[in-house]
Design a protein around this ligand. Structure first.
Ligand code: GLC
Length: 547
């Protein structure tokens, strides 16, 4: 490995590239991406200059929720390949100097997992049912759900089963879709099974785990009703004092995992997906004896607004600094509207913004470049989502017949869901499938017909492309010690702008306002071409050497 191997541990300041395997590259020509496709394209990832890849779930799954419904934690989904392909991918990644993080979905299994099938067959009060959260319903005939909890995808978080004799029976809990029954983390068998799963993959060489839906794993004893005071679709919108989210007992599970992973040394890591109420709550997940890092959803969901970004960056550093946990920053993922599109909306809001709102993609692209330089200039780690380096927009006009996200299906079409950020990548050529699959293949989600200029091949030829800009920015971040190790100090800046120093000499200025602003120092990299090196236009970021 290059100079990052000298930095210990690597995950404190890594740039990590998220791969959604179904949409990255299709080597076997079935219209869905696969592990061989990833392995073949690792040189591309390496050239991007990142330190690691995170692969979203690759396990056998009925794919009700894009693979977050796992039916076997020790194998690979058949359309993605085999366990041998996974081992080959891990080795190849290491050969390229890339670390590899896989997804751990521990809050729930698929309803097709052998454990859940056994639980249904075994009936009430059985050890099989105690691995999940089964309860009797209320009312004379048990037809009222055990409590009022709501699922993240809408509707009740409980589904009633038919018992072996065909009569309506107990209810089981699912924080997400009914096909994703929640495991009971108070059960010793569940805990030891996941310890074994962690070891299975650690022994095969993975460098870390992205842990899905961490705050859902513990539930308050007695499963009391939640005190919802709005009609939010996602029940967990009320993050604190909620009996099914961010409950204290979750931290016992995390401490056990930390002890386990430390047996494999300080270079293996966890990153938590923990959407909680502010950085103070988040910090509890990354205490020294818990998970190493966590995603920063406040940053993902931020508007293009200097005041809000300043508050979020400052709040994150203030909460995580004292416990020694590195922050992380990202703009997109497989769950969010692509940020190029978000930033082109009039209000430029984050996350699941109003769909179909008028969008200026030229403005979005300009802000996306500026946001990248901000993100890469912050201390800690950064996550990139496949395709953002190509400047892909959200695909907002997928025909409804192809939509697969449970968000779409369970909201009865009210929300289109997350398929628009999961469209297969364009690699080369002038028409779909753009080298993602062999010519003539129908891809699992259709690609737009106007993506020819966005392919990797086209952007490699264009020195001003988004791809070339990403490569340059990531390479500089790797090279400049101030950017990887230095502290952050805020500098005075005009309204609507952010300015800070990293380490000794590197200054980052972000102009989110309407006025041009004066800058001082030698330009290292700028998100726009500067006609006048002393003035930064709106929606632009510059890195400066300014001793
Ligand atoms: C996480 C995943 C998301 C999935 C959910 C349920 O939020 O990122 O894609 O739907 O967990 O597993």
């Amino acid at each position: 490995m290059t100079n990052q191997s000298a930095r210990t541990p690597w995950w404190r300041d890594a740039v990590i590239y998220q791969i959604y395997p179904r949409s990255f590259a299709d080597a076997d020509g079935d219209g869905e991406g696969d592990l061989r496709g990833i392995t073949d394209r690792l040189p591309y990832v390496k050239d991007l200059g990142v330190d690691a890849i995170w692969i979203t779930p690759w396990y056998p799954s009925p794919m009700v929720d894009g693979g977050y419904d796992v039916s076997d934690y020790r194998d690979i989904h058949p359309s993605f390949g085999s366990l041998a392909d996974a081992t080959a991918l891990i080795e190849a990644a290491h050969g390229h100097g890339l670390r590899i993080i896989i997804d751990l979905v521990a809050n729930h299994t698929s309803d097709q997992h052998p454990w859940f099938r056994a639980a249904l067959a075994a009936g009430r009060d059985s050890p099989e049912r105690r691995r999940y959260v089964f309860r009797d319903g209320g009312g004379p005939d048990g037809s009222i759900p055990p409590n009022n909890w709501r699922s993240a995808f809408g509707e009740a978080a409980w589904t009633r089963v038919l018992e072996a004799d065909g009569t309506p029976g107990q209810w089981y809990l699912h924080t997400f879709a009914p096909e994703q029954p929640d495991l009971n983390w108070e059960n010793d068998e569940v805990r030891s099974e996941f310890d074994a799963i962690l070891r299975f993959w650690l022994d095969r060489g993975v460098d870390g785990f992205r842990v899905d839906a961490v705050p859902a794993m513990a539930k308050r004893a007695g499963l009391p009703d939640a005190d919802y005071d709005d009609n939010s679709l996602f029940a967990a919108a009320e993050w604190t004092d909620n009996p099914h989210w961010d409950v204290d007992e979750v931290h016992d599970i995390l401490r056990g995992w930390r002890r386990l992973i430390e047996e494999y040394g300080a270079e293996r890591m966890f990153v938590a997906e923990a959407v909680v109420n502010g950085p103070g709550r988040l910090a509890r997940y990354v205490r020294p004896d818990e998970l190493h890092t966590a995603f920063n959803f406040e940053y993902v969901h931020a508007r293009w607004d200097a005041g809000q970004l300043l508050r979020i960056i400052d709040g994150t550093l203030a909460a995580l600094g004292p416990i020694g946990a590195p922050p992380t920053w990202s703009l997109s993922s497989h769950d969010e509207t692509r940020h190029l599109t978000r930033f082109g909306r009039p209000q430029a809001i984050g996350g699941h913004d109003p769909e179909g709102a008028a969008t200026d993609l030229v403005l979005g692209a300009r802000r996306a470049r500026a946001a990248l330089l901000l993100t890469l200039a912050l201390p800690g780690g950064a996550y990139l989502y496949q395709g953002e380096e190509l400047g892909l927009p959200e695909v907002e006009d997928l025909p409804v017949e192809v939509l697969q996200d449970p968000v779409f299906l369970r909201s009865r079409g009210e929300r289109r869901g997350r398929d628009g950020c999961r469209v297969p990548l364009p690699w080369e050529g002038g028409a779909p499938p753009y080298g993602f699959s062999a010519a003539g293949t129908t891809t699992w989600l259709p690609q737009p017909v106007d993506w020819a200029a966005l392919t990797v091949a086209a952007q490699e030829r264009d020195p001003r492309s988004m791809l070339r800009f990403y490569r340059e920015a990531i390479a500089l971040r790797r090279k400049l010690d101030d950017l990887r190790g230095g502290d952050l100090t805020w500098l005075p800046s005009p309204d609507g702008a952010l300015a800070f120093r990293r380490g000794q000499e590197l200054v980052c200025v972000v102009n989110l306002g309407d006025e041009w602003i004066g800058i001082e120092g030698d330009v290292v990299l700028c998100s726009v071409r500067l006609d006048d090196a002393r003035r930064l236009p709106p929606d632009a970021t510059v890195w400066l050497h300014s001793p």
